[in-house]
Design a protein around this ligand. Structure first.
Ligand code: BGC
Length: 770
């Protein structure tokens, strides 16, 4: 679908309406503010293909598991973020013609997502008995984060006093497309009207979350408010206000709709309607233009801290801004109960739940671009769920406080119900441990280990120590029956990535035990007592596994093997696959995929990315050269890792190609699946591909280093990172690397291997030595 959207550095633009791409466009133009969000559905009726989607953060439903063949250990349910009440709806009819872009003759359609100021705008003409020109602006406010607002304006020519009906409404009678039993998840608590609006108060079945969604509406004809009482329309979970107007001349009609979602996550249930009314009064008094101006100012502030500027390549610039924009729309870090669902507020897939994506991809972005507490909260989220991770492991037969974190979760309970993922994709435990290491490495906050980290590490290590098997034949430990990150292989033995991250966890746990004992022996002893940690025997077991672990390897090719037997597969390459057969997941039977050599996403290379310092460049190169041509990147999480490794190996052209693929994955719908929603968690990977890939940023022994490369097409690029108490703007151009220290603290960094002290509030240019 490449080139459907126009290239612009600050906007995503759709020109001309193509109903076939509507669901993709609905995903790409999604709006959100961290608390609520929505797909870019139309306000007016639309009878064509659409995926209706409004979401309220943290409000979910445990949808009973549906599988063909129940297996012991399956989770009871899949916790899903719900499709919530539609607050954008406005039905419009002029002279008997219903506004419905699937039925009307539409011209001059244009949709624009303004990423600089945070709003969505749409223009279109409807050609019919009466020709209508419409312009619609909508946003989810990041200033009033429980609110959204719409300005819907249309012009009607002077053609015989058309009768016009306008019905702004709130409709809570909605379903999740992915509901397992076609069940509706909401029940009505109450509904009601105000003079110029109304509300629907809903409660989720089972979980009992309550959300009151309300609106206030104002209609102006030729700039003057009309003074008519709307007709009240109500039905189950629905309120609408019908304004029936007899237009008398050529007229401009403007509808302002102010809406809010007030959730029991943030307010007492008995106060929801009161808070809703107050909130709507407050934003209506502010007015649409003021809200929009505040929105622009708040986004300007966000961009000041987060923007990446790419000079000389508008498509690349648009890509990274789109990714940063969507990340900021999804998660603000202000509420430690929330996390980052792979689709954010842009679709239902993946249930809005937490995956290993957060640790492996998102945390680095927040570490460098947000206050330290944001990344810390993401770690604490898992710490708070440790008890449930232990329960999960216990359910599967593990003992002694071993923890298996869920592959998918809302509250710590496992919800994924495909056996090969639930039971076998255990590498997620490794990413959670790695993030503790990564956080401490980046921030220097060693106290985190003492206060929380070590407890998680020991529980995870206990799991690994029980999950491995002693092979009498090999006289080594092996890791049987796992699924690695590459989900195009299941139930494999000795997946290199899983075995490597498992032993790494054990090593890091031993190191952390040493550090915590030294820093605070009393606390260590308390912890050891609390979790009945038998230091001597358990550590001995950890060390034994570290010393005797088996890793799949091919001596001839000198590469790590993704798993035992990988070389038995027919060794064909992605370049030999006809384009018509891709994406494989949509074109091939599942069994054919499993038997093939093709890799869904970085697997061995994911491990080399995490543990790069443990391998020399030639090892990285051999493995990259072997696995890259076999990888189809059908997971959004893949190209960013390949981009970073390609840059590390100096392969700037490939790195650039992967960068475009990760940054424009949704804009260009590379994997033919953007209609389900955007790939939000991989967007943090896009950020990594610029900062860690082209910027070559690393942290080692408390020192920040850069080893930048400039893609040929770029004049320059710049990014910002906060590191400890310094805030740096790094600009890489043909002239060299200039680092501006925007803080009051000087810092010494390494650039191309040499130390440079960057004074507080100063700018330093470092030329690359030939
Ligand atoms: C990937 C997983 C990932 C999930 C959610 C899947 O397609 O294979 O690694 O966690 O998507 O992003």
């Amino acid at each position: 679908m490449k080139d459907y959207f126009k290239v612009d550095e600050w906007k995503i633009i759709e020109e001309g309406f193509d109903p076939h791409y509507n669901k993709v466009a609905e995903s790409v133009f999604s709006l959100g503010n961290g608390r609520m969000g929505q797909r870019a559905n139309f306000e007016e009726a639309y009878s064509g293909e659409t995926l209706q989607g409004n979401y309220v953060a943290g409000v979910y439903y445990p949808d009973k598991t549906r599988v063909g063949w129940w297996k012991n250990g399956y989770p009871e349910y899949f916790a899903k973020v719900l499709n919530a009440a539609n607050w954008i709806g406005i039905d419009i009819r002029v002279a008997g013609m219903e506004f419905d872009l699937a039925k009307c003759h539409v011209s001059d359609f244009r949709r624009e997502l303004n990423m600089k100021e945070g709003y969505l705008k749409r223009y279109f003409n409807i050609l019919g008995r009466t020709n209508i020109e419409a312009e619609v602006t909508r946003f989810c406010s990041i200033v009033d984060d429980e609110c959204g607002a719409i300005k819907y304006k249309f012009g009607v020519p002077d053609e015989g006093e058309p009768y016009t009906s306008i019905i702004p409404y709130i409709d809570g009678d909605v379903k999740n497309q992915d509901a397992n039993y076609d069940e509706k998840f909401w029940e009505e608590v109450d509904r009601g009207f105000w003079e110029d609006g109304g509300y629907v108060h809903l409660r989720t079945k089972k979980t009992g979350f309550e959300v009151a969604t309300g609106m206030r509406c104002f209609i102006l004809v030729n700039g003057k408010p009309i003074a008519i009482e709307p007709n009240r329309i109500e039905k189950d979970k629905y309120v609408g206000c019908e304004y029936a107007i007899q237009l008398e001349e050529a007229s401009d009609v403007t509808i302002y709709k102010f809406a809010a979602n007030i959730s029991s996550q943030n307010h007492p249930k008995e106060k929801l309607i009161e808070v809703l009314k107050e909130t709507l009064d407050r934003i209506a008094a502010k007015g649409f233009d003021t809200m929009l101006a505040e929105q622009a100012a708040a986004w300007a502030e966000k961009w000041k801290h987060n923007d990446i500027i790419i000079e000389g390549d508008a498509a690349a610039q648009q890509g990274i801004r789109f990714n940063i924009f969507q990340l900021n729309q999804t998660y603000t870090g202000e509420d430690d109960r929330l996390n980052i669902g792979p689709k954010g507020f842009t679709g239902e897939k993946y249930g809005g739940s937490t995956y290993w994506d957060t640790e492996a991809y998102c945390v680095p972005f927040y570490l460098a671009t947000a206050p330290q507490k944001v990344a810390r909260n993401l770690l604490l989220y898992r710490y708070k769920q440790l008890g449930k991770a232990i329960d999960n492991a216990t359910l599967l037969g593990f003992k002694n406080g071993a923890a298996l974190y869920p592959m998918v979760t809302m509250d710590g309970t496992e919800c994924h119900n495909e056996w090969e993922i639930t039971f076998e994709e255990i590498h997620r435990n490794g990413a959670i441990a790695f993030t503790i290491f990564n956080y401490v490495r980046y921030t220097g906050d060693e106290a985190y280990l003492t206060d929380y980290g070590l407890e998680v590490l020991i529980a995870i290590s206990r799991f690994w120590a029980q999950r491995i098997t002693w092979s009498a034949q090999r006289q080594q430990y092996v890791m049987l029956g796992v699924t690695g990150p590459n989900e195009y292989e299941n139930n494999v033995n000795n997946n290199w990535y899983t075995s490597t991250i498992a032993t790494w966890c054990l090593k890091y746990t031993l190191e952390a035990i040493g550090k915590v004992k030294k820093a605070n022996e009393t606390r260590y002893n308390e912890l050891a007592t609390k979790i009945s940690f038998e230091e001597e025997t358990e550590c001995q077991k950890f060390s034994d596994i570290i010393a005797k672990m088996y890793y799949a390897h091919d001596d001839e090719l000198q590469i790590f093997l993704q798993q035992d037997g990988y070389l038995d597969k027919e060794q064909i390459l992605v370049k030999d696959l006809p384009a018509t057969e891709r994406p494989l997941v949509q074109k091939w039977s599942w069994d054919r995929i499993l038997r093939s050599v093709f890799i869904k996403q970085a697997d061995v290379l994911q491990g080399l990315y995490f543990f790069e310092d443990d391998y020399d460049t030639e090892t990285l190169r051999r493995n990259y050269d072997f696995y890259e041509p076999r990888t189809v990147h059908e997971s959004s999480l893949s190209p960013c890792v390949h981009a970073i490794l390609a840059a590390r190996l100096g392969d700037i052209d490939r790195a650039y190609e992967f960068y475009l693929r990760t940054s424009r994955l949704d804009i260009d719908d590379y994997n033919n699946d953007t209609e389900d929603g955007c790939h939000i968690t991989s967007m943090a990977g896009t950020w990594m591909s610029v900062v860690e890939g082209f910027g070559g940023m690393r942290v080692k022994d408390g020192v920040l280093s850069f080893n930048p490369l400039l893609p040929h097409k770029w004049e320059a690029f710049s990014f910002q990172v906060g590191f400890r108490d310094a805030l740096l703007n790094v600009r890489v151009s043909k002239a060299g690397v200039s680092i501006k220290n925007k803080s009051n603290n000087s810092i010494t960094v390494k650039v191309y291997g040499n130390d440079h002290t960057i004074n507080a509030n100063a700018d330093t240019l470092i030329k690359k030595q030939a």
